[in-house]
Design a protein around this ligand. Structure first.
Ligand code: C2O
Ligand code: CU
Length: 607
């Protein structure tokens, strides 16, 4: 097997190595958990069981999300208005239409097509009904959220957007219908996306404080594709051969409505749980792609570019294509490999062929090309072996609710002309130099319980203090132009997809927690487990597996002509939405650099 990172063949595959170190790391877990005073629950409390109605698989074609057009211009830039509305949408013909919430009345929302260097304005308009579509747990941040005031709170975040903080869509910048009520961090109605970053598969989704999981589950998510001329010149498959695939898991009731759990079995707190109660994590039993349940995709025997987005609340995907016999539902040998051309933050330096499985953590995107030319006339299954909850790439059993079948792909027979290409050089991805690091942040991921005895996942900062809640004072305050290492030490029993707003980082590597000393100033980079092939390039979500410390290199501000300078308040959090809501989210603040501060002061004295 060729090693894309050019490491010597050690005779043990990376995945085997991870599995080995993963379990070794797990041994030390009990110890860490005890020393931080948290309660370790290897099998977390499960939401009460529910089975969706039996839906015939592979009946309908995967729809393509619409594209939204600007309604005019503002300051010379395209100006969009996107309304959030409640609509009925057919998700599967075996059940009545499902009531969902859609941007522009579509689930998933329509794609925003943007060009690098051309800023756009978007007014996200709330036209949702007075009542939430799903049961709301009013104990989450009840001291700051006015649950009794009329209307549904929303705020749209551009995930992966290198944007000013006032347009970032932070949780407390929520607003109700027609901006009637606004949250404490609400600043403006028209968000400004400068689009001054490399072309990438970005996405937008709701981010409201305490109800993000419900708003996104109801349907509030869509893609934002940023392009430029260089990317166009590469001749990657485009037009009808470039297909966005928004992967989500959902559960349904017999009447077609979305099912979302409201109670947890198996907690043992002193006080009874609130009803409805948040659940520690959610996994739907039905695969939904671009808003259709168990769909199939009809294509030609040629190359396609798939823009995968994992838009599930909690589920990870670990994908591989298999030949599939529909008459008896059996899988044959492996299908064509995924060739990864881009990651969260844009194109890779060169394409990476994924020999094994393509891991797509919650919130992540994978920009892939697949060549179907050898599979004319065949049916392929998009297969997922990620356990739920996820615990690393090589652990695919013991999950509570696996979702092995994602969708079918029908390759037409015959021969077609395919002028598209996958060039061996895609773009320049400059390496962030490790020796420029100004600070390493030790960030433990821990478990605790809330006042009702419910499972709580928290984020800490440094080895001294106890983990923080969302509202604790900011502890991460990088200075503009600084490079830092953020070290996520996962002391819980499951993987967490860790996300930073604003920036894109490079994965430095991983090590077992047992071999890591948070007090040491040194990280032996050479000794780290190198990033997985699919983790090269620019990421904004990284999988932090249990028992491991995952190190990422982050540069704040413009870097080698890429990205742009922003200061102010942003968020970092676990992208499992139930975790993010309760309470695995923290602010970070980018401070102006010294010269910037001087400039600002000079400016103020003139005013
Ligand atoms: Cu996609 Cu703060 O999230
Ligand atoms: Cu999490």
């Amino acid at each position: 097997m060729s090693d894309p990172l050019g490491r010597p063949d050690t005779g043990i595959s990376r995945r085997e190595f991870i599995a080995a170190t993963g379990s070794a790391g797990a041994v030390s877990l009990a110890g860490c958990a005890a020393s931080t005073g948290s309660t370790e629950t290897p099998v977390p409390a499960t939401p009460t069981a529910h089975s969706s109605p039996d839906l015939e698989k592979w009946v309908e074609e995967v729809p393509r999300p619409g594209v939204v057009e600007p309604v005019g211009t503002k300051d010379g830039s395209p100006y969009y208005e996107v309304e959030m509305r409640e609509v009925e949408q057919e998700i599967h013909p075996d059940i009545p239409p499902t009531t969902v919430w859609g941007y522009d009345g579509q689930y998933p929302g329509p794609t925003i097509e943007a060009q690098q260097g051309e800023p756009v304005y978007v007014r996200w308009k709330n036209k949702l009904p007075d009542e939430h579509l799903l049961p709301v747990d009013t104990t989450i941040h009840s001291d700051t959220i006015p649950y009794d005031s009329t209307g549904v709170r929303v705020v749209t975040h551009l995930h992966g957007g290198n944007v000013e903080h006032t347009s970032d869509g932070k949780p407390k910048a929520w607003f109700t219908r027609d901006f009637e009520h606004t949250g404490p961090k609400f600043e403006k109605k028209d968000y400004y996306y400068v689009n001054d970053q490399p072309p990438a598969t970005l996405w937008y989704h709701d981010h409201s404080l305490g109800i993000t999981r419900l708003n996104v589950y109801a349907g509030l998510a869509g893609l934002y594709l940023l392009r430029n001329d260089h990317e166009e010149s590469l001749s990657l498959p485009s037009g009808e051969y470039e297909i966005p695939l928004v992967l989500q898991d959902r559960s349904f009731n017999e009447d077609g409505s979305l099912f979302y759990p409201t109670a947890v079995s198996g907690t043992d707190g002193d006080s009874p749980n609130p009803d409805p109660s948040i659940v520690p994590q959610f996994f739907g039993d039905t695969s939904v792609v671009n808003g259709k349940a168990w769909p199939r995709l009809s294509i030609n025997p040629r190359k396609y570019r798939f823009r995968f987005l994992n838009g599930s609340n909690c589920r990870f995907y670990n994908l591989k294509l298999f030949e599939y016999d529909e008459s008896d539902g059996t899988t044959g040998t492996g299908g064509p490999p995924f060739t990864l051309v881009g990651n969260d933050g844009g194109l890779l330096a060169s394409p990476v062929t994924i020999e094994e499985r393509l891991e797509i953590g919650t919130g992540k995107r994978a920009d892939v090309v697949v060549d179907f030319s050898d599979y004319a006339g065949q049916t392929l299954l998009v297969h997922n072996d990620a356990a739920a909850p996820y615990r690393g790439p090589n652990i695919n059993t013991g999950g509570q609710q696996p979702l092995p079948e994602v969708m079918l792909i029908d390759v037409a027979s015959g021969d077609v002309d395919d002028p598209s290409q996958v060039p061996s050089t895609l773009t320049d991805v400059p390496k962030i130099p490790v020796d420029s690091v100004a600070e390493e942040r030790y960030l433990p991921l821990t478990t605790s319980t809330d006042e009702y005895g419910r499972q709580l996942y928290l984020l800490g900062s440094d080895s001294e203090s106890s983990p923080h809640r969302l509202y604790d004072p900011v502890t991460e305050d990088p200075t503009l132009n600084d490079t830092e290492i953020w070290s996520f030490a996962n002391l819980t029993g499951m993987s967490h997809p860790m996300h930073l707003h604003l920036v894109h980082f490079q994965v430095l590597g991983r090590q077992p927690y047992s071999e890591y000393d948070p007090k040491s100033e040194m990280i032996d980079v050479e000794a780290l487990e190198p990033p997985a092939p699919e983790e090269t390039g620019w990421n904004d979500v990284v999988t932090a597996n249990p028992g491991e410390v995952t190190h990422v290199l982050v540069h704040f501000g413009e870097f080698e002509g890429l990205f742009n300078d922003q200061t102010g308040w942003y968020m970092w959090h676990c992208h499992m939405l139930e975790h993010e809501d309760h309470d695995m989210m923290r602010p970070f603040r980018v401070l102006p650099s010294a010269d910037e501060e001087i400039r600002e002061r000079a400016h103020h004295s003139v005013d």
